[in-house]
Write a protein that binds this ligand. Structure first.
Ligand code: IPT
Length: 268
């Protein structure tokens, strides 16, 4: 059997770890996976058509998509089942997504519990639904505690952007006590910016990431982050696709995977 995976940039750690898990599980099930990497959501339709022409029996889509984009892709693929990994729960499609609101709340509550009030936010690219959901989650958790972020910046998920925006957030007259970062790669860049400026983490500034990619325990210091179990997401999405028969027309199956706070040494 053959499955298709349409994915965003595999040079990023999270999508590559998901793709790896998908490959592994499919292999264990005797299925092969054709991978198509897209740079823009607009390229998804061509990728779907290309994979359908190669007779895939199911499709996984790990590209951040707006509701209408996902709904129209799902319609294009009929009768082949499609499972989306980076959409809002409001999209009327089959999806398996991590709970971004819970993840954002866990990170913000952790910093508040440590007594931090001057908190800066480094969000992901706002064209990504998940980046928007994380930012919204931080803002609402902080607002509930009566805290307004001292600064907000937007990166593009890369460590380089974390470094650049990190320098921006650290340039003000008053140093933030903590920074919530939308992914671990940007957190790596932020910590590098701190090192440049001789700011000690977590002595002078706490940093929280998001993802818990496999390298995050090896950063200096080891990163406190929100764990998204990529391996499990990969396994479950393959199992779901292989179990589908005649789902077309069925109500969307939506699974929300819980996330968890992993406390390491970048927060105090
Ligand atoms: C999301 C990651 O958290 C982020 O680090 C980045 O790699 C992004 O993917 C790329 O699209 S995880 C996604 C399943 C929401």
């Amino acid at each position: 059997r053959t499955l298709g995976l349409i994915t965003t940039d595999l040079a990023l750690h999270a999508p590559s770890q998901i793709a790896s898990a998908v490959k592994t599980r499919a292999g264990e099930r005797g299925a092969s996976v054709l991978i198509s990497m897209v740079e823009h959501p607009q390229q998804c339709l061509a990728a779907v058509q290309e994979l359908l022409a190669q007779r895939v029996e199911g499709l996984l889509v790990n590209v951040p998509l707006e509701d209408e984009q996902a709904e129209s892709l799902q319609a294009q693929a009929v009768p082949v089942p499609v499972l989306f990994l980076d959409v809002s729960p409001t999209a009327r499609v089959h999806s398996l997504v991590f709970d971004a609101g819970q993840g954002a709340a866990l990170g913000a509550q952790h910093l508040l519990a440590l007594g931090h009030q001057r908190i800066a936010l480094l969000g992901g690219p706002q064209r990504s639904v998940s980046a928007r959901a994380r930012l919204a989650g931080w803002l609402s958790t902080l607002a509930t505690a009566g805290v307004e972020p001292c600064a907000i910046a937007e990166g593009d998920w890369s460590a380089a952007s974390g470094y650049e925006k990190g320098h921006q957030l650290l340039a003000g007259a008053m140093l933030p006590q903590a920074i919530l970062v939308a992914n671990d790669q940007m957190a790596l860049g932020v910590m590098r910016a701190c090192a440049d400026k001789g700011i000690s983490v977590p002595g002078q500034l706490s940093v929280v990431g998001f993802d818990d990619t496999t390298d995050s325990a090896w950063f200096t210091p080891p990163l406190t982050t929100i764990r998204q179990a990529f391996r499990e997401a990969g396994l479950r999405s393959v199992e779901w696709l292989l179990a589908q028969q005649g789902i077309v027309g069925q109500a969307p199956a939506q699974t929300r995977l819980p996330v968890s706070l992993i406390e390491r040494h970048s927060t105090a």
